[in-house]
Design a protein around this ligand. Structure first.
Ligand SMILES: [Mg+2]
Length: 422
């Protein structure tokens, strides 16, 4: 069979022109009440009953509060939601059955679900333990169209694992995700490009992924209640209130998102990851050096996440004004992926080896190796950590769009002003 040749671009369009001009078909798959559904499917006596899954149902001796990582739909009827403290959930529904979560089981089923998705396209991007994006722009027609693909995925997941999922179809990842959120459980929602942005404009503003309760509250005070309000709000105001994230979220309110679906097998795994910065002026100020390490830890963590990796070796190195260098690495007993942990180790290495600085420092760097693939974040059974990660993710998305320097946490501000970014 001969394929018709692609039309030539009229003007000097960037090499991405083919992608830009082509309408995409993105599907978002979201498992419903995932951990609870898996438990109900594995243990039939739990079917139809209110089930709560907790990482730590019996509480820790230190008295930390246990929370429900997931509640089955039967439990949700009582007003229970993921992240709710167990004692509160049990007050709302005393006969709920609490089950200890099994991270390994959920991960392995997730991997098998990804395999199912790979039968439809090789562009499969896991988004979290129970969510994934697939891009079926060039394959949907082989299966009878996008809706047929979605129905087949639902059928296969239900047959193999006895669980249901909500599916959203849209012209990009953002819209596909918002569509899958519209109907739960077992939903199927299609949003066409021609219906944007109106199709999402009547939704409350926090229907946009990444708008936390606090951000929503702040937006409501500014008179922004719906996505329409956000789309039409003066850009400068948003920029003042939320920085670059505000601008990013306004783009979302127009339904715009050009981030690609990236299959993890397509990303070449690096052997190591490093990030370094040169100071504008050589310095012996350890606070300043630490703040640069903070910034570099974040930068290294972003790269780590991009490649779905974890590290077991953290290192830092320093170049003095006379261009001599000194580097130290530390082998860790557990894998790290969050920037907080990376910074924690980088700081320790620095304090143990470089204090006080022998000579003024010209450059510092953070180094990660001993990398292994981590499809799912280790914390998925802990909703409180997940919430923080959701914020991290928005920062990550905004950075992808506007560049790494777009957002800084307060702690790394000193670093920003006084270091040169490599
Ligand atoms: Mg889900």
């Amino acid at each position: 069979m001969r394929f018709p040749s692609l039309p030539k671009p009229l003007f000097g369009v960037s090499k991405d022109w083919k992608q830009c001009s082509k309408e995409r078909l993105v599907i978002h798959i979201d498992m419903n009440a995932y951990f609870a559904s898996v438990e109900q499917s594995c243990r039939p006596f739990l079917k139809g009953k209110p089930v709560l899954v907790s990482a730590d149902p019996y509480g820790t001796p230190k008295g930390a509060r246990s929370v429900a990582a997931t509640a089955s739909y039967e439990a949700r009827k009582y007003g229970i939601h993921a992240g709710m403290p167990l004692f509160e959930a049990l007050r709302l529904c005393p006969h709920a059955i609490v089950v200890e979560g099994d991270a390994r089981k959920y991960s392995s089923i997730s991997l098998r679900i990804l395999e199912i998705l790979e039968t439809f396209t090789d562009l499969v991007e896991p988004y979290s333990i129970d969510e994934a994006f697939i891009d079926v722009t060039s394959t949907a027609h082989l299966f009878g169209g996008k809706v047929a693909v979605a129905c087949e995925i639902k059928r296969m997941v239900r047959r193999e694992f006895g669980i249901t999922c909500s599916i959203g179809i849209g012209p990009n990842k953002l819209i596909a995700k918002m569509a899958s959120n519209m109907e739960k459980p077992d939903g199927l929602v299609v949003i066409e490009k021609k219906d944007l942005p109106e199709a999402i404009w009547n939704l409350p503003v926090d229907a946009i992924p990444g708008i936390s309760r606090r951000r929503k509250f702040k937006m409501n005070l500014m008179g922004i209640k719906t996505i329409r309000d956000l789309a039409l709000h003066p850009r400068e105001n948003l920029r003042r209130a939320f920085g670059i994230v505000g601008e990013y979220l306004q783009q979302c309110a127009w339904g715009r998102d050009d981030s690609p679906v990236v299959s993890i097998s397509k990303i070449p795994d690096p052997k190591s990851i490093s990030a370094a910065s040169t100071f504008f002026k050589n310095t012996s100020d350890s606070e300043l050096i630490l703040s640069a390490l903070f910034y570099l830890s974040e930068k290294a963590a972003v790269r780590l996440r991009k490649h779905h990796l974890r590290a077991t070796v953290v290192g830092t190195w320093i170049r003095y004004e006379d261009f001599t260098s000194k580097g130290k690495t530390k082998k860790l007993s557990a894998e790290v992926e969050s920037f907080e942990k990376i910074y924690h180790h980088a700081k320790e290495i620095f304090k143990e080896n470089y204090l006080p600085p022998e000579r003024p420092v010209r450059l510092v760097g953070v180094y990660l190796s001993g990398l292994s693939t981590a499809l799912f974040e280790e914390s998925f059974l802990f909703p409180e950590i997940q919430k923080r990660e959701a914020v991290d993710r928005v920062l990550f998305e905004a950075r992808q769009k506007f560049g790494i320097q777009a957002i800084f946490r307060a702690r790394s501000l000193i670093g920003k002003q006084q270091v040169m970014i490599d």
